[in-house]
Ligand binder design. Sequence first.
Ligand SMILES: C[S@@+](CC[C@H](N)C(=O)[O-])C[C@H]1O[C@@H](n2cnc3c(N)ncnc32)[C@H](O)[C@@H]1O
Length: 340
Amino acid sequence: MSFRYLGNKTKLSEWIIGEIRRIIPIGSSIADPMCGTASISLALAQAGYSVTAADALAFPVVHARSRLLAKQAPPFKAFGGYDKALDWLRSIPPTEGYFFREFGDAGTPANGRQPRLYFSASNAARIDGIRVSIRDLASSGTISGLEHSILLHNLILATNKVANISGTYGYFLKELSKNAQHPITFESLQFEQTPGSHSVLQGPIEKHASSLCVDAVYLDPPYTKRQYAGNYHILETIAQEDEPVAVGDGGLRPWKEQASDFCYRRFAGKAFRKTLEQLSVPHVFISYSQDGQIHEDELLDILNDFGKVTLHEQSYNRYRSNNKVKEGTLLERLYHIKCY
Ligand SMILES: C[S@@+](CC[C@H](N)C(=O)[O-])C[C@H]1O[C@@H](n2cnc3c(N)ncnc32)[C@H](O)[C@@H]1O
């Protein structure tokens, strides 16, 4: 399954869950309010925790709903099962709509810019057709909310595989890559029968922190200046099912209102402090990279105000760009705060 995502913790999940398990008994409740791909939410659920996932953006919520809440394939009665729903997705004819115009290599962007090579024209038109069909199905009440999320989740994963980008959607490659020339394909999802009872919320931590009533919170905030809302604008548009103005050469959706304070050197420390002030839980775990905006000493100064802090470290390959591992490894850090 294809999750190209900055800060995706899939490869670190065994280590992170192992550290959490030493402190929080299986069966407890844990929130992952910056869940991204929901890799840690799912790993926690598989380990036997009850998980509340959330994110400021809409597409991580689609991922989390599909990965956590669908413990088996939903009935998809309108089609006669999930496999038939996938066949339906695969058979939807292309439409020359918003994606074709704004993000396809034969498009004519509304602001008069050059075609944006995020997708081949044929894949962009397939995405358009599918978006319209999913939206119609959902608005007519033919599918449930969870079925709706699963179809969008399938579409996002399929889109990631044919996107003509190097890592993020901040900009497109100059020429269509081999992957981008392949027709978009839809793979069947694996559903996980996890034991706990889970929930998924949408919105920033600033909105949820004070009402999280759980045994522990796992925080995985952005640690670089790269804003997720801008760098994943196309996935956000798929999840929001809208057609925003595509701005500038890159065609980004207006994202400033969704900007995260954790990405600004000036505001990140305050954002940590504010979040921790609002949380009222016995344990907080925080993933934060050695490369983060906030230096380790400064972060420790903040965390020490909220409880007894223990630091765990693991070396990790740097973020891949263009399929190359940047030189060297860095330390991924997991802080545990036993709150006062
Ligand atoms: C490092 S990623 C999380 C990666 C995730 N653990 C995974 O394995 O995929 C950071 C996430 O925080 C989200 N985010 C940024 N600021 C936020 C905020 N104020 N409240 C909630 N989520 C936020 C981003 O949208 C992004 O999905």
